[in-house]
Every structure is written in C-alpha cells, then in structure tokens.
Design a protein around this ligand. Sequence first.
Ligand code: BG6
Ligand code: MG
Length: 211
Amino acid sequence: MKKAVIFDLDGVLVHTDRYHYNAWRILTDKLGIDFPQERYDGIRGLSRMDSLERILAFSPRQFTREEKEALAAEKNEAYLQRVEQMGPEEVDGDVRAALRGLREKGLLLAVGSSSKNAKRILARTELTACFDAIADGSMVTRAKPDPEVFLKAAELLRVAPAQALVVEDAAAGLRAAKAGGLQAVAFGGDAAGNPLADYEVTRLTALLELV
Ligand code: BG6
Ligand code: MG
C-alpha cells in the first residue's frame, strides 16, 4: 500500500537539470574540459561538490581545496542567475495535474532533493504549497546515492520507507531510493531504462495508475 510519493526536484518537477548543465559548461569551457551532455548524465543527482569532483577528474590539472570551493561558488552563482528568472510557467501542466491527482487520491507528497537551492526553486515556481514535506541538500550530511534525503522525507511525512514511492531522473537517485528500502520510479534522464527501478513512467500523470 503506497501512502506517499517523494519527488526529486531537478529534472523531475522542473527542467533545472538543463540550467545545472549550462552553468557547469561555463566553468568547463573556461577550464578547457570537454563536458558533453553524456558526461553530465553520468553525474545527475550528485551534490554540488561531488559533481565538481567528477568534472575536474576529466582535467589533467590538480585543484586545491580552495580552488574547488571557488569553482563551486562560481557555478552556483551562474546557476542562481537563471533560477532567479524562473516562474510558475516553467512547471509543466502534466506535473501540476499529477500533483493535484495524487493529492486527491489521499497520497502524502514530498520533495527529496540533493539541492541546497530546492526551497528557492519551489518558491519561484509556486510549488511549495503542493508538498507536505521538503527534504533537501541543506538537511543531510550524505548526498545521493546515500538514502539519507529520502529517509528524511519519509520521516517528515511519518510514513515507513516501504510505503513511499520515489520519482527520479538520476541513476544515483534510484540507487538512493532502493538503498533506503523505498520503491523507485524512473522518469527520464539516466534513470530511464535502469533495471533498479520498480516502475518507469514517461509522464508524471502516469503515477496516478501506480498508486
Ligand atoms: C541535484 C541535481 O538535484 O542537486 C544536481 O540533480 C546538483 O545536478 C545537486 O548538483 C546540488 O544542487 P545545488 O543546487 O545545491 O548546487
Ligand atoms: Mg534530478
């Protein structure tokens, strides 16, 4: 029996995965690192610093801790410039219909995101009120693929992990969900076609048939 749905944010509820990629590209172009979309797919869902470490591994150069901190801050600044232009129109009609439909069916809804900008994005897109709980990157010490953020969301909703369905566009997110004993739904990105997923959907309103 499913009592709750926990949504990843970037690449699931909103198309901010594109903005993350574009912001990383500013950095990689400057550093002369080849960073095509396929390489971004390999780091989907990872925390800001874990993403940066993976990206810098494509460079022959070594970077100090201070340089890494500065690069992460620079990327975040470029990303936030785009986030500040976001509005409610950036949420697909299908996403809003899915959230409404799940609510009508009595499901509890949460966000489980690695991002430290999650609350800002939810506010800008006027999605905050759609959720009973929000667990984000500022509330955990271990990022996906560790299950901490999803377990936190389940705890905030007061549901057992096994009663919650996680929706993810990242393989790292699917791994996190399964490691925490939650059920996992793949939705695009590098989650698509991943055998770890219990279900796969190509639009979020299809979730209404799974709960
Ligand atoms: C995840 C994204 O949701 O958040 C990752 O999929 C991103 O690409 C991570 O690195 C951390 O986000 P932020 O906004 O804290 O830099
Ligand atoms: Mg994502």
